[in-house]
Design a protein around this ligand. Structure first.
Ligand code: NSS
Length: 431
């Protein structure tokens, strides 16, 4: 690999070191015969100063005319100068344009939200968005590390499917050679098939939901970390959720310090240290009723309910034992109280809400048929899934974690789309 010197190296260089950088011109100021360029690369921003006499004549003229976001190569000398924004300045000797900006860069200070989203392909050059994406990568990497260290096998499942996982209302239809198929809402059903060969599996891939809800927490395409474990019961899977979740927060805390600091986020990993509070749906309902919500037993919680409920907690917390009518067909009804299922959602505290959904699955053939019918679904559409209950079926549990939801909470982002490079929402599929 080409050995390159990056801005972060330049910021640590010694006085009078002679260095060469490549990057993009983020900003330009002229000041009494001096030209200052802010040079950005993937690691940071450094001030480049051009002064006649130090920079050659042609370089100075180039700097005078240069448009923002042109790609350049700069050679110069490192000077520590408290007046420079990062305390270090590169005194330019020569400046060469590698890729000019053909027009004026369209993104200006104070650009509106809509304009920025329309120009997301250019806006993602901003160091702030880059920092969020680096933390996202660390978050995912930390999850993979934990899962690998605990014996989970990564699998890859299809996204074209023929029957709903999470309810028909949010399925995206696809024309598949003149036949209607759907984009999957979750790869859970395939994972349930995979555990019979692999026992502990996980997938990280997009899920799709035609959710028209215009909330700060819904995307139509999101990255879904899903886990499925043979022989695990509800309590086991909740332990796995806690440990995995904590390891992801710790990973960001340990390896994302520079980015967290840059974003002004004070992350205390103690907020995610297990064990997490566990309340039953019925208790959560009582809290909501006491807060004046118009909600009755059996209703699923919406964004408003989750927000208010989660304000009551300082740590992530589980809401368990949801009414069977509130959740999908595959959840195992509780043998002790069959009005509820052995499932659990993990909600992030402080007004954020659901980040993980999961629980124990039905593993009995007849019970699954019954629950499919109860949900108005046709067992014939689930033949292969029913087959899994015919041959050596065992108790098993799993869950799905929304990567963007977790990042939204962790970084206190204004909107879930800020966790995505190119967000997909009902109103936005471009760029
Ligand atoms: O619907 S879930 O609660 N559960 C499932 O899909 C299970 N089939 C997962 C499993 O057990 N393997 O979704 C799981 C998580 C949820 O907690 C959110 O964090 C995220 O997926 N999620 C979303 N994120 C962003 N936008 C939307 N629309 C969305 N829907 C779910």
């Amino acid at each position: 690999m080409l050995k390159r010197f990056f801005v972060e190296d330049a910021l640590k260089a010694e006085e009078d070191d002679e260095i060469e950088l490549v990057g993009w011109v983020r900003n330009k100021r002229t000041h009494g015969g001096l030209i200052f360029l802010d040079l950005r690369d993937s690691t940071g921003v450094i001030q480049v100063a051009l002064k006649k006499g130090i920079a050659d004549e042609e370089s100075f003229r180039t700097a005078e005319e240069i448009r923002l976001e042109s790609a350049v190569r700069v050679k110069g000398i490192i000077k520590h100068d408290p007046r420079a924004p990062s305390g270090v300045e590169l005194r330019c000797k020569s400046l060469e344009v590698l890729g000019p900006s053909l027009d004026e860069f369209p993104i200006k200070k104070n650009a509106g939200l809509r304009f920025l989203l329309d120009h997301r392909h250019l806006h993602i050059r901003s160091p702030k968005i880059a920092a969020v994406m680096k933390i996202r990568a660390i978050l995912v990497d930390s999850a993979r590390n934990w899962l690998r260290d605990h014996g989970f096998i990564e699998i890859h499942c299809p996204s074209f499917i023929t029957a709903a996982v999470e309810g028909g209302a949010t399925l995206f239809k696809v024309d598949y050679f003149n036949r209607t198929v759907y984009l999957t809402q979750s790869v859970q059903l395939y994972q349930e098939a995979a555990i019979y060969g692999l026992e502990r599996v996980y997938s990280l891939q997009p899920s799709f939901r035609a959710e028209l809800s215009r909330t700060r927490r819904h995307l139509t395409e999101f990255w879904h970390l899903e886990v499925e474990v043979a022989y695990a019961e509800l309590e086991d899977i909740m332990k796995i959720i806690e440990e995995l979740f904590y390891s992801m927060v710790l990973g960001v805390y340990d390896r994302g310090r520079k980015e967290l600091e840059f974003l002004g986020i004070e992350l205390d990993p103690k907020v995610a240290e297990p064990p997490y509070p566990k309340i039953r749906y019925s208790e959560a309902l009582d809290i909501l009723l006491s807060k004046g919500f118009d909600i009755k037993w059996g209703d699923d919680f919406g964004a408003d309910e989750e927000r208010e409920l989660s304000k009551e907690f300082e740590k992530p917390f589980f809401v368990t034992h949801w009414p069977r009518e509130a959740k999908a067909f595959y959840h195992l009804p509780d043998p002790v109280d069959p009005r509820v299922c052995r499932n659990a959602d993990l909600l992030a505290p402080g007004g954020y809400g659901e980040v993980v959904g999961g629980g124990q699955r039905i593993h009995d053939y007849n019970q699954l048929i019954e629950r499919l019918r109860e949900n108005g679904l046709n067992p014939e559409d689930y033949q292969w899934y029913l087959d899994l209950r015919k041959y050596g079926s065992i108790p098993h549990s799993g869950f799905g974690l929304g990567i963007e939801r977790m990042l939204w909470w962790l970084l206190k982002l204004p909107h879930i789309r800020d966790a995505c490079l190119f967000p997909r929402t009902p109103a936005r599929v471009y760029p």
